[in-house]
Design a protein around this ligand. Structure first.
Ligand code: RB5
Length: 147
């Protein structure tokens, strides 16, 4: 699967492990191809720029899913959801991830470096990729209303 990954500087926030490189390494170890949308270091940047880059990859069909990291997962998820056709879910638990995929057909997951351990992030991202949309009339009807 091809996955676009982006973060702001929180993805490179000390102390190690640095979250964005670790997420990319894990996805590649799983056999996925990663489109790295930046940022690529700890210098302060603006999270919407990286949400926009990841959403472009997803909306233009080069990536199946997007993975976003910021301090909380909130700002970068908000930015992603400005794009029609993107359904970004900021998740902090396995249940949120499961329902984001099964009911909302989320195509982007956002996680927070200051909220979750790296292992928690990796677990949630893996679950996101492994969970299918349930489909069905009621979910499709609601998703269609999102525009
Ligand atoms: C950046 O310091 C921080 O505000 C950002 O990563 C994110 O948490 C915003 O929602």
């Amino acid at each position: 699967m091809i996955i676009a990954v982006g973060s702001d500087h929180a993805g490179y926030e000390a102390p190690e492990p640095l979250y964005k490189p670790s997420v990319i390494a894990r996805l590649e170890a799983m056999g996925h191809t990663v489109i790295d949308c930046g940022t690529n270091g700890p210098e302060s940047v603006d999270y919407p720029d990286f949400a926009n880059a990841v959403c472009k990859e997803v909306l233009e069909g080069r990536a199946r899913y997007g993975v976003l990291i910021c301090g909380t997962g909130i700002g970068i998820g908000m930015a992603a959801n400005r794009h029609p056709g993107i359904r970004a879910a900021t998740c902090t638990s396995r249940e949120m991830v499961h329902l984001a995929r099964a009911h909302n057909d989320a195509n982007v997951i956002a996680v927070g470096r200051r909220i979750l351990t790296l292992d928690q992030c990796l677990d949630l991202i893996t679950l996101f990729l492994d969970t299918a949309f349930e489909g069905g009339e009621r979910h499709c009807r609601r998703i269609a209303k999102l525009g």
